[in-house]
Design a protein around this ligand. Structure first.
Ligand code: NDP
Length: 312
């Protein structure tokens, strides 16, 4: 039996693993892939201690450090957490296997938000991408569109241009941006970039691969098509907490509610990072929250005094 199973291998989960292992906990990290959303960022300039790093490099160091301290890592998808008694849980995986543990730390982050427009399912992976870092090099010399007005979308435009895309449309449904002003200014100054504002996505079209992207003017409802070779959807992420819905209180966004120490409403289950309502979804914040949840888990398993709303 493990002391703790950490579900999710991004910044929160791997940091929780480092802290759990340093408390000599037998620790298993399970995740379908490692690095989380940070992996998808080509330039991290706001993780203290690293003036600039690729997300992948930074996350590889997190994983190496967790394994160095003894964390076991398994590439698997957790589908259900079952509570068998006090300090007794079973985590079930998609491949029908399971593992037992005394405590669980949820760090499974979020998935790309769907566009819910015609063509999305047909062209995902065939010209429609949710990962500029992964797919930008495929669009050298091509014309592409990026959807969204947050940091991810603006950075995707920059990344596509850096990878040699001939022309990049940034399609955003408003004229104000969620992205940092410094990034918006930098991207606006790039050659080969056209901002198409106040337009929402309405369809992705093509044959075998994407050939055009239909957008709708938000005010007039008039539709037009952009001839593109690819579309990058960078419209944020959503939570999938079905595996603990029967055990933990969730909010309307399916985020797992936690107190200030990372306790969920189910004693013995903790949560950290983007899967919680933490306001700012940042690597450094997820790492800090992961550390906090692991320390609280240690306090719980060693019979420490209860603190926080959910641990009383
Ligand atoms: P955000 O939630 O910040 O932005 C999502 C964007 O997509 C918004 O502009 C939103 O429009 C738009 N959008 C949402 N749904 C739709 C839809 N159905 N159709 C069209 N447009 C839609 O998500 P991000 O992924 O950009 O960023 C998430 C978090 O990660 C943020 O906190 C961000 O700062 C952070 N981040 C930080 C980075 C860094 O520091 N280097 C890099 C990347 C992300 P609207 O504005 O109208 O709601």
């Amino acid at each position: 039996m493990y002391d703790v199973i950490i579900i999710g291998g991004g910044a929160a989960g791997l940091t929780a693993a480092i802290y759990a292992c340093r408390k000599a906990f037998k620790t298993l990290v399970v995740s379908p892939e490692y690095g989380g959303q940070t992996n998808l960022t080509s330039h991290i300039e706001n993780y203290p201690g690293f003036i600039v790093s690729t997300g992948w490099d930074l996350m590889s160091k997190f994983k190496e450090q967790a394994e160095h301290f003894g964390a076991e890592t398994r590439t698997a998808k957790a589908v259900k957490v079952e509570k068998n008694g006090e300090k007794q849980f079973t985590v079930h995986f998609e491949d029908k296997t399971s593992e037992k543990c005394k405590a669980v730390i949820l760090c499974h982050g979020k998935l790309p938000r769907p566009l819910n427009i015609p063509g999305e399912k047909d062209f995902l992976g065939r010209g429609l991408s949710t990962c500029a870092t992964c797919d930008a090099p495929l669009y050298k010399g091509k014309t592409v569109a990026v959807i969204g007005g947050g940091n991810a979308a603006l950075e995707a435009v920059e990344e596509l241009r850096n990878a040699g895309a001939k022309k990049v449309y940034l399609v955003h449904r408003r004229s104000e941006f969620r992205a940092d002003e410094i990034t918006v200014k930098k991207v606006k100054a790039l050659p080969g970039v056209e901002f198409v504002l106040n337009h929402s996505p309405s369809a992705i079209k093509g044959d075998k691969y994407v050939t055009s992207f239909e957008i709708e003017d938000v005010a007039t409802k008039k539709r037009r098509e952009l001839k593109v070779d690819g579309v990058f959807s960078e419209i944020g992420h959503i939570a999938d907490s079905e595996m603990v819905r029967h055990l933990c209180k969730l909010n309307d966004h399916a985020e797992v509610l936690v107190d200030e120490a990372g306790n969920t409403s189910c004693p013995g289950i903790f949560a950290a990072g983007d899967i919680t309502p933490v306001r700012y979804k940042q690597t450094v914040i997820a790492a800090g929250e992961g550390a906090k949840a692991a320390l609280e888990c240690h306090r719980y398993l060693t019979g420490g005094t209860a603190t926080g709303e959910y641990s009383k």
